[in-house]
Write a protein that binds this ligand. Structure first.
Ligand SMILES: Nc1ncnc2c1ncn2[C@@H]1O[C@H](COP(=O)(O)OP(=O)(O)O)[C@@H](O)[C@H]1O
Ligand SMILES: [Mg+2]
Length: 230
């Protein structure tokens, strides 16, 4: 599904080139649940943003579903992003002025899905996450855990094949974090490919594979205990 080949991300200033990612070679198959770990500043978010087409590499190649992402026209790339990728952020990134219902509905508006179908899809999501009673509340009226549930609902409502999550439980208590991880586990079982960034070894164990980044380079790539047991 994903192939990164000798991928670099750098920024140039007057005196030098600073590498944020350097020589990344990575292949992720459809259906995998991969965790990216590494110290703060290692380049994890940059890597996830490049995979999610929110940022561009400086050099190297990125193939997504066999398509060379960095050679595509902006329009085509944006189509790929919209149709196949869902993103969950640490700080939720919900729209404060919109209700729970409207936040979850937003990606469907961008995709031009008609009103009756949107209603059915949002209703299914609210039901799935047991948030029907909260549908008319605004984000600030919810706990962090509930806000992140809305963030996840919004990310998956369009049924993306790839879910990217950058420290999705970073702001949550451990039980709230566990419930997000349980949701990810279930989505992955249903076939969704997941790539998450986390500092938690416990959360990493929900996936099958751990990729470690240090100073912008891939340091290790290993299977989790769960993957080895199955
Ligand atoms: N646009 C940018 N310009 C300059 N430096 C950047 C830019 N984006 C990220 N960085 C730097 O790259 C490094 C990696 O950032 P990031 O991907 O956010 O790391 P992580 O998510 O692992 O903490 C950090 O040192 C950060 O300051
Ligand atoms: Mg980060």
């Amino acid at each position: 599904m994903i192939r990164l080949i000798d991928l670099d991300k750098y920024v140039d200033n007057k005196y030098q080139r600073i590498f944020i990612l350097k020589g990344i070679d990575l292949e992720i198959r459809e259906g995998e649940f991969v965790t990216v770990m590494g110290p703060s500043g290692a380049g994890k978010s940059t890597l996830l943003n490049i995979i999610g087409m929110l940022d561009e590499p400086s050099a190297g190649e990125y193939l997504f579903m066999d398509q060379p992402v960095n050679k595509l026209k902006e329009r085509k790339r944006s189509e790929l992003h919209k149709h196949h990728i869902g993103f969950v952020f640490q700080a939720y990134h919900l729209i404060d002025e919109l209700t729970v219902y409207e936040n979850i509905e937003t990606p469907l508006l961008y995709r031009g899905i008609k009103s009756s179908e949107r209603k059915a899809m949002v209703a299914e999501m609210l039901d799935r996450f047991q948030m029907v009673a909260k549908k008319d509340l605004f984000p600030e009226q919810l706990s962090g855990g509930q806000q992140q549930l809305v963030g996840v609902a919004r990310a998956i409502i369009g049924k993306p094949r790839l879910l990217l999550a950058d420290e999705p439980t970073g702001n949550l208590h451990s039980e709230q974090g566990d419930s997000i991880m349980e949701i990810f586990k279930k989505l992955n079982k249903e076939g969704m490919t997941i790539i998450q960034v986390t500092h938690s070894e416990r959360n990493a164990q929900y996936g099958d594979r751990i990729v470690r980044l240090v100073d912008g380079a891939l340091m290790s790539d290993s299977r989790t205990q769960k993957a080895m047991a199955s």
